[in-house]
Design a protein around this ligand. Structure first.
Ligand code: C5P
Length: 220
């Protein structure tokens, strides 16, 4: 177990996957389980931090001893995260945030009897919360982003990480491979962390808790 080296720090963690409604009973979502974000919240709590967990659809129970803010959509996650980020020492964006949402939400259930054989969905871009936080960069606040990538090649992952770090403007970017059987639902994780300005690379592998501790080490 790590020492209580985050005592007195305020850490915001987003976890899970956002869901964008199509109608009152359907949504567009992703397969994020929330496990890595929860491991981060637990590890930060155990290391003495005051933790706000902004949770979007978790498949596992949220930890005790953290302030839990439950959200569904990207816009809700945005509002809760920006609010919690004020006064935070670190914001860790582990949630899989939907890049697009349906342009309109049907007031009633979409019915095949009315749609016929084809249904076209029009999606619009969601605001990028991480980029928004980075744009209003606050001294003393560390911003950590995630990138879930399906690239199989290690060098390609690293390049994607560097490019995303620069594009988002955060301090560290954690790249993890996801796929049908990797990343999201699994108990273990393998990540490459790229740190500003992009030439510092840290690798971590193990249980999601071990990976969480390696990520939190960046804060101390
Ligand atoms: O661009 P991409 O979706 O790969 O970026 C992933 C990172 O950015 C994650 O940390 C995620 O939480 C964050 N993100 C965000 N707002 C979005 C999309 C992603 O904050 N609309």
């Amino acid at each position: 177990l790590r020492p209580r080296d985050l005592t007195g720090r305020r850490v915001v963690v987003t976890a899970g996957g956002t869901r964008e409604p199509l109608d009152p009973v359907r949504f567009i979502g992703n397969r994020s389980s929330g496990r890595q974000g929860i491991a981060l919240a637990e590890a930060a709590r155990d290391r003495g931090a005051e933790v706000v967990l902004v949770a979007a659809h978790l498949e596992v129970a949220a930890p005790t001893g953290v302030e839990l803010q439950e959200v569904a959509t990207t816009e809700q996650l945005r509002v809760a995260t920006l609010d919690a980020a004020a006064g935070a020492d670190a914001v860790i964006m582990a949630a899989a945030v939907a890049d697009y949402r349906p342009e309109t939400v049907a007031p009633g259930k979409i019915k095949k009897e009315q749609q016929g054989d084809e249904l076209t969905l029009r999606l619009v871009r969601n605001p990028d919360i991480l980029a928004e936080l980075a744009a209003e960069r606050t001294p003393g606040r560390t911003l950590i982003g995630f990138a879930a990538e399906t690239e199989s090649d290690d060098d390609a992952m690293l390049e994607l990480g560097r490019a995303k770090l620069a594009r988002k403007g955060c301090d560290h970017l954690v790249v993890n491979r996801v796929g049908w059987n990797e990343g999201f639902a699994a108990a273990e994780n393998t990540v490459v962390i790229v740190s500003r300005p992009g030439d510092i690379v840290t690798r971590a592998s193990g249980t999601k808790r071990e990976v969480a501790d390696a990520i939190l080490d960046l804060l101390v």
